[in-house]
Design a protein around this ligand. Structure first.
Ligand code: PGA
Length: 256
């Protein structure tokens, strides 16, 4: 991860249903993604498709990420993904704490252990935070602060450069662009997240930590969000499965 680069991370979730389709989506985006100069593209396919696509890609520009990781490196933990497996397969990034995992029961304590394990294996962590809904009392702000503080409180200095924050309010995920966060709200949120990161990491590291937005990013709202939202890129779900749409977003981010 180079400082100052924009980041666009594709979270394919449990899609598409076949390897053939995964290859075809990847083929549809790799040309554009490899041609960008100031945008780092990270593809997070399903765990079975991940090493296959990783192996098939001979270029160096696109990076790969997993959608989750376990906190132990090895042992009797059926079904889990070891941070060492990610390192071995040159999967540089991992998403941690996505709301869809938290909804399946992942708690803050699991998230902390995963963040630390991934950083020990020298992976880049994309930590997802986001409130379920917003009231008028600003309680969601302390919720976000708590999510960030629990995850990052005890991170050793040397690993802090490997952290990316993805702000994904749950109410904006999986909808359409007009139900997503607006750029003004995003701008405020990004200032707030940076303030919390400053308390944790100090000013310099906080200002170098990329903040992404995720939640119904499409080609139609990407430009205003990236220009006015004070963010460093996006974490994209459904629009990342449609090469034309995703490539348009990449163009917008690259030009911003
Ligand atoms: P979405 O998903 O772009 O489909 O809203 C984003 C995410 O859940 O990471």
């Amino acid at each position: 991860m180079k400082t100052g680069m924009k980041i666009v991370c594709a979270n394919w979730k449990l899609n598409p249903p076949s390897l053939k389709e995964a290859r075809s989506i990847f083929d549809g985006i790799k040309g554009k993604a490899s041609s960008l100069k100031s945008t780092q593209v990270i593809i997070c396919p399903s765990p079975l498709h991940l090493p296959i696509l990783r192996e098939s890609y001979r270029g160096r520009k696109i990076s790969f990420g997993s959608q989750d990781v376990f906190w132990e490196e090895k042992g009797s933990f059926t079904g889990e993904i070891s941070p060492l497996h990610l390192r071995d397969l040159k999967v540089e990034y991992t998403i941690i704490g996505h709301s869809e995992r938290r909804r399946l029961g992942e708690g803050d304590e699991d998230v902390v252990k995963k963040v630390n394990a991934a950083l020990r294996a020298e992976r880049f962590v994309i930590l997802c935070v986001g409130e379920e809904k917003r009231g008028n009392d600003g309680a969601f702000l302390s919720f976000i602060a708590r999510e960030l503080k629990t995850a990052f409180e005890n991170i050793p200095l040397k690993y802090r450069k490997n952290i990316i924050v993805a702000y994904e309010p749950l109410w904006a995920i999986g909808k359409s662009a007009d139900e997503a966060m607006n750029p003004h709200q995003m701008h405020q949120m990004s200032l707030y997240i940076r303030k919390v990161l400053t308390e944790l990491f100090g000013k310099k590291r906080a200002s170098d930590t990329p903040i992404l937005y995720g939640g119904s990013v499409e080609a139609s709202n990407a430009e205003s969000l990236i220009k006015d939202g004070e963010i460093d890129g996006f974490l994209i779900g459904h629009a990342s499965l449609v090469p034309e749409e995703f490539n348009s977003i990449l163009d917008i981010v690259e030009k911003s």
